[in-house]
Design a protein around this ligand. Structure first.
Ligand code: BES
Ligand code: ZN
Length: 616
């Protein structure tokens, strides 16, 4: 009797151990921004078959979803938003029941599908809404060529669900393949293996053999041409923009090579960039194998290429080792800014990197001040609590810049050599896996820091505390010191604008200069514009900082240019501060609303959702 008891106990313990093990390997923390039951059943592979309909502004077709059912659950719950679901089949043959749950403006609707414990493939036949939030459908007028329409997607943070029913949380990773049918005058590109030329029949096939998170699903369709830059890099752009883009991005291959030297092999084979129309709501988006980028980085002087270093760095921090939930966003962005800075230092030298870091600190200070004034000090923590909120609202510069300065602090305490060794191993050991803040800290304590070093860093203050910890490094830039002394003299009216020594000024000097100006009045605004031609600058970063002053000091000579800028450029980072400043006076707010009436039609949902609130 007791023998049997022993055997069955052993069996129970063994099985329990196994299932616990399985659970430990796959278990993901709760993701409050997803309805998916990914701890019961997990997406492993997607096979998309979609038709791109520019006249209806829809994607229409099906997705075959391969699943692994861990708990033999009878329900597969997916995220969806504004999708019309026509039918759902199991093993692509038997129709099954499905329902859509209650609808939320932010999170969409759970798509609940009845499955068998043995089900391997679930096929969802669906059509996207013309208002699908991830997708922007551009008229030919919104492109450079003015002849063909254009489409691009932006899935991060939780918009993939508006064009693909899926488990839309960053912790879930799957491989994918796709067939996209479109107008044969256009080429389709995805965050996957891409061709370089148009197809006579307009049918494009894609494969992504490495597992990725849903926020990295991406599609663009337009009149795009390709040019090679280096061994495994190249650029796609509208034909009229291609040559300029190749010139601007000539450092891309050396960025890839430098990144590999720093943190190990590039895992995605090719690295290409597609230059999108100016309504793209971000500077860049790290879609695997194919970064999506704003044309505002094509400045004509190669001065804004740090953005490419940033998106490339995500090929490690983010795309390989991925924030498990949006609360861990700093693991994506803080690492990436740090990594970007290291790439820039390697290629363009220490003094260039110092300028970027010093500018970054300025941006961080501004964001911290703003959040704390708003009484929102929780959002100044690295580890966020975005429960119940649109993650988009809580993803600020804090993750980027406080994250960067935290890693810089770690580097300074243990030394560069040890830190690089640690990071290289960290990427290698955690590749293609989600990472969360707690596990990262455990990793630090296990593999990097001695107890004394841990004390010197004060991880808790950095990760779970507000603002910038006292032990942060103070960035120094000799180049920007030079600017600093000019600004001081100018701010105190000791010199006129024409006496400022601007020799050797690059975009970064100018940005620092503009950000440091104080005590401006209309005479000084005129004087500055006359001397430095800011209103007419072709550099969007400089333009944005200049327009901020123009609004604050009612420098109306610049308003026609500002009007054009707001209509042409849809990058939210520029739009938000400009509209916010305009909204401060009733007169400017009325003007802004009028501009917005035209401009809004040209913006992606990410931008107009934000600006709608600003101008409310
Ligand atoms: N992944 C981000 C863009 C993003 C973040 C989209 C959160 C949606 C939600 C991308 O890597 C990024 O950070 N882009 C920056 C540029 C970078 C140089 C700081 C941008 O678009 O300005
Ligand atoms: Zn980023």
């Amino acid at each position: 009797m007791s023998k049997y008891l022993l055997i069955s106990l052993t069996l129970i313990i063994t099985f329990w151990g196994c299932s616990e093990n399985q659970k430990n390997d796959n278990f993901l923390n709760k993701d409050t921004h997803s309805y998916a039951n990914f701890n019961d059943v997990r997406i492993k592979h997607l096979k998309l078959d979609l038709n791109v309909d520019f006249s209806e502004k829809t994607l229409d077709g099906k997705v075959d979803i391969s699943i692994e059912n861990y708990t033999k659950t009878k329900q597969l719950i997916l995220d969806s938003k504004d999708l019309t679901i026509h039918k759902v089949l199991l093993e692509d043959s038997v129709e099954t029941l499905f329902s859509l749950g209650e609808k939320s403006d932010v999170f969409g609707q759970p798509l609940i599908i009845e499955v068998e414990p043995s089900t391997k493939v679930v096929s969802v036949y669906y059509t996207t809404s013309p208002n699908a939030e991830a997708l922007q459908w551009l008229s030919p007028e919104q492109t450079l060529g003015k002849v063909h329409p254009f489409l691009f997607s932006q899935s991060q943070a939780i918009l993939a669900r508006s064009w693909v029913p899926c488990q839309d949380g960053p912790g879930v990773k799957f491989t994918y393949e796709a067939t996209i049918k479109t107008d044969p005058n256009l080429i389709a590109l995805m965050s996957a293996e891409n061709g370089t030329t148009k197809n006579e029949n307009g049918v494009y096939n894609f494969k992504m053999n490495q597992p990725i998170s849903s926020y990295l699903l991406a599609l663009t369709v337009g009149d795009l041409a390709f040019a090679s830059i280096g061994r495994n890099s190249g650029v796609y752009a509208e034909p009229a923009m291609l040559e300029k883009s190749v010139w601007e991005l000539n450092s891309m291959q050396s960025m890839i090579d430098s990144a590999e030297q720093l943190y190990g092999p590039y895992a995605w084979e090719r690295y290409d960039v597609v230059i999108l129309p100016p309504s793209f709501p971000f500077g860049g988006m790290e879609n695997p194998r194919l970064t999506f980028a704003t044309p505002t980085i094509i400045a004509g002087d190669r001065s804004l290429v740090a953005l490419i270093a940033h998106e490339l760095a995500h090929s490690w921090s983010g795309n390989l080792v991925t924030n498990e939930t949006w609360n861990d966003f700093w693991l994506n962005e803080g690492f990436t800014v740090y990594f970007e800075q290291r790439i820039m230092e390697k290629i363009f030298g220490k003094s260039y990197e110092e300028m970027l870091t010093k500018l970054g600190m300025g941006e961080l200070e501004e964001t911290l001040e703003h959040l704390i004034n708003e009484g929102n000090s929780e959002d100044t923590h690295l580890y966020l609590d975005l429960d119940g909120r649109n993650p988009d609202d809580g993803l600020t510069d804090v993750a980027y810049e406080k994250g960067r300065f935290f890693l810089q602090k770690l580097e300074s305490v243990v030394g560069r050599e040890r830190f690089d060794f640690f990071l290289k191993n960290y990427f290698e050991e955690n590749k293609f896996k989600p990472m969360n803040t707690g596990r990262f800290i455990a990793n630090l304590n296990e593999h990097l820091l001695t107890p004394e070093e841990e004390q010197a860093v004060d991880i808790n203050a950095w990760v779970y505390g507000p603002g910038l910890p006292d032990n942060a490094l103070v960035p120094y830039s000799e180049e920007l010191e030079r600017v600093e002394s000019s600004i001081a003299q100018y701010n105190n009216n000791q010199i006129k604008a024409d006496a400022i020594d601007i020799s050797g000024y690059t975009t970064h000097h100018w940005l620092y200069f503009l950000r440091g100006l104080k005590n401006l009045d209309s005479i000084k605004m005129h004087e500055l514009d006359q001397n430095f031609n800011f209103t007419q600058t072709g550099n969007s970063e400089i333009a944005c900082d200049w327009f901020k002053h123009c609004i604050d000091h009612q420098y109306e000579e610049a308003f026609p240019a500002l009007n054009d800028f707001l209509i042409r450029v849809g990058r939210r980072k520029f739009l938000t501060p400009l509209y916010t400043r305009l909204a401060k006076s009733p007169q400017n707010k009325a003007w802004a609303k009028e501009v917005y009436q035209t401009a809004r039609n040209g913006y992606h949902s990410v931008s107009y959702n934000t600006i709608d609130e600003v101008l409310k």
